[in-house]
Design a protein around this ligand. Structure first.
Ligand code: HGY
Ligand code: MN
Ligand code: MN
Length: 412
């Protein structure tokens, strides 16, 4: 039997799986669109479940559709868990989420081929609706698993297309019989592309992620009055479109003035009636605020609320805010982050500590067990974009470090 220390992931097999999954919901430009609980998501789930079964994993599905592939250990008990998500945003790349799940399956294949049974069981997880692009909040499946959102509340969520989450989950056949939260991990490690520019710009191969920034998602509904674009003087306008634009400009300025890690994004904007010669009666927009510092994130929320209240008054419109997601910054497990660094060093890869700008399932798992993440570079820092790209050698390096980090945690 080969010594575990010289095991390595088969990079070709990993790339083949990534390519095969990328075919499901493939869109122009090489990316993928598998919005949570759509037919494309079901097809991706079916494929990954098939691969799990081929690898001899015991597949369990819970009531929110999270998928767990369990590999027995020499002993019973809490598994060492890895995994991520395979749902995407509408303009998804090939690696976001998929990489962490498929690298987890390659870890299993490598251990199977070497006939190695770890002391603790291993588990590869696929969490439902990580992106939140169709149903808010994001990281939903792992949040429910960690007890941060009730199953009933999650099932009742309405999508941006008006669909009921519970009905969609049933429609694609992924209402599992396992109660949510059943599989409590001993530890959780998520491998993911960075989705930002740091590793690529610094020429560092891997990131040991020891913290993750806070996220505030709001939907603002601005109600004004539609009127004729040609006959209505400025002083008589209650222009929801103007107010939405003014809020967007304010947010960029707010992030610039606050500095630090403050970010602000208006990603979605719908105008009604959305006609060239009609002053918009209504605007519905989303606001995504992020910061590593919770008091700063709260200050950004406060300033936005104050600005919209004044503007609403001045423009004679009403602005209603609805919270879609609100997650505080997370500190991951320093021991696991240290272990990731040591493994990377042993395997000869450069690595640095870093913070995640994106939300991830690991931040929810950190509520119930020690957790940390491994990042690989995103070329040009691009993600949530069909041109998302990570070099195959970097994908393999990350998977090799995942393999040995999981083995160590499963033997410790
Ligand atoms: O929004 C995020 O950070 C993640 O991609 N869901
Ligand atoms: Mn992701
Ligand atoms: Mn994403």
């Amino acid at each position: 039997m080969r010594s575990p220390r010289d095991l390595r992931i088969d990079g070709q097999a990993l790339m083949a799986r990534l390519d095969a999954l990328a075919e499901v919901g493939a869109i122009e430009g090489g990316g993928g669109c598998r919005l949570a609980l759509t037919d494309e998501d079901r097809a991706g789930r079916d494929l990954v479940v098939e691969w799990m079964r081929q690898l001899g994993l015991f597949v369990r599905i819970d009531a929110i559709g999270n998928i767990f592939g369990v590999r027995a250990g020499r002993e019973d008990g809490r598994p060492v868990m890895t995994g991520s998500h395979i749902d995407t945003v509408r303009t998804g790349g090939r690696y976001d989420g998929n990489y962490g799940v498929l690298a987890g399956l390659e870890v299993v294949r490598t251990l199977n081929a070497a006939e190695i049974l770890t002391r603790r069981p291993l588990c590869v997880a696929v969490f439902t609706n990580e992106e939140g692009a169709r149903f808010a909040p994001d990281m939903m499946g792992s949040l429910v698993h960690a007890g941060g959102l009730s199953l009933a509340e999650a099932l009742a969520q309405r999508g941006i297309d008006g669909a009921a989450l519970g009905e969609e989950l049933a429609r694609i056949g992924y209402v599992g019989d396992m109660p949510v939260g059943t599989i409590q991990p001993h530890a959780f490690v998520e491998l993911h592309i960075e989705q930002g520019p740091v590793l690529d710009q610094e020429g560092v191969t891997l990131g040991a992620v020891d913290r993750l920034q806070g996220i505030s998602w709001q939907e603002l509904t601005i109600a004004g009055q539609s009127n004729h674009a040609g006959t209505t003087p400025l002083r008589l306008r209650h222009d929801a479109g103007f107010v939405a634009g003014a809020i967007t400009m304010f947010l960029r300025e707010l992030a610039r003035k606050m500095g630090g890690n403050q970010l602000a994004t208006v990603g979605k904007l719908d105008l009604v009636p959305n006609i060239i010669n009609v002053i918009p009666a209504r605007a519905t927009m989303t606001v995504d605020l992020r910061n590593t510092d919770e008091p700063q994130l709260r200050e950004a929320e406060r300033r936005l609320a104050a600005f919209t209240a004044d503007l609403a008054q001045a423009e004679g419109v009403t602005v209603t805010a609805r919270t879609l997601a609100r997650l505080e910054p997370v500190i991951f497990d320093a021991d696991i982050a240290g272990r990731i660094e040591r493994v990377a060093g042993r395997l000869g890869h450069s690595i640095r500590r870093m913070t995640s700008g994106a939300g991830h399932d690991a931040q929810m798992m950190a509520r119930i067990c020690p957790a940390a993440m491994i990042f690989t570079p995103s070329v040009g820092g691009l993600s949530h974009n069909v041109k998302e790209f990570t070099r195959p050698e970097d994908l393999k390096a990350g998977a090799d470090v995942l393999l040995h980090t999981l083995i160590e945690l499963a033997e410790a």
